[in-house]
Ligand binder design. Structure first.
Ligand code: NI
Ligand code: MN
Length: 219
């Protein structure tokens, strides 16, 4: 059974019962943080880009846990020599002990010189999870949904820095995802949104509104 543990803003963990995949671990200074960075568990840490609200506590957690980092090669800020890292790039797929990780494009700035923001398609626990990272809507999301049958799309809806609920609903239809989980909203006033709007806008997928500190079994 695959579990989605949501820690607030854009930080979550996928747990297949054996391997824990932590994503965008911004906890220190995160008003929504539901777990202490000293307590969070990880075997892998996936980072979408180098903005502080995504890379966050990655370095400290990598050092403490011995987890493997997954990111673009330019994010050497936190990929020290003593840290295991899979540096990959857009379009690449890496097979892992839990399944696979594919790095896919995102439309966003990178937060690091020469870098680029990305999303991930993650094959784990018999499911395909797509996490877009921070992004605007783009029609090539259709290609992501054509390659893999997306069970769960995890998408930002806060607006201002990313898609809002209107564009996220369009993304769900481009992806042909069966389920959608919104995040990256209500952390600060500037990205205040009513997640219920997504329920009205999404036609064919099931919307799961998960609050910080809550978990969802991914069926
Ligand atoms: Ni960002
Ligand atoms: Mn962000």
């Amino acid at each position: 059974m695959l579990t989605y543990n949501y820690y607030g803003h854009a930080c979550f963990q996928l747990d297949d019962g054996k391997v824990k995949i932590l994503v965008d671990p911004f906890l220190t200074g995160n008003p929504q943080a539901s777990i202490n960075p000293d307590d969070v568990e990880a075997d892998y840490i996936l980072v979408t880009h180098a903005h502080g609200d995504h890379v966050g506590d990655a370095y400290d957690i990598l050092e403490r846990t011995g987890a493997t980092a997954v990111c673009i090669p330019e994010m050497t800020d936190f990929v020290g020599e003593n840290i295991k890292a899979i540096g990959m790039n857009l379009g690449g797929t890496v097979k892992t002990e839990f399944g696979f990780v594919r790095m896919v494009p995102a439309l966003h700035s990178s937060g690091v010189q020469g870098g680029i923001a990305c999303g991930y398609v993650i094959g784990v626990g018999g499911k395909i999870i797509y996490y877009s990272g921070d992004t605007a809507l783009f029609s090539d999301m259709k290609l992501i949904g054509e390659r893999d049958k997306i069970d769960y799309a995890i998408l930002p809806i806060g607006g201002h820095y990313t898609m809002d609920p209107v564009d996220a609903a369009k993304a769900v239809s481009f992806l042909d995802a069966a389920n959608v989980i919104p995040l990256h909203y209500n952390t600060w006033d500037v990205i205040k949104q009513n997640a219920e709007d997504l329920l009205k806008l999404v036609e064919f997928a099931k919307v799961h509104i998960v609050k910080p500190g809550e978990s969802l079994k991914l069926k």
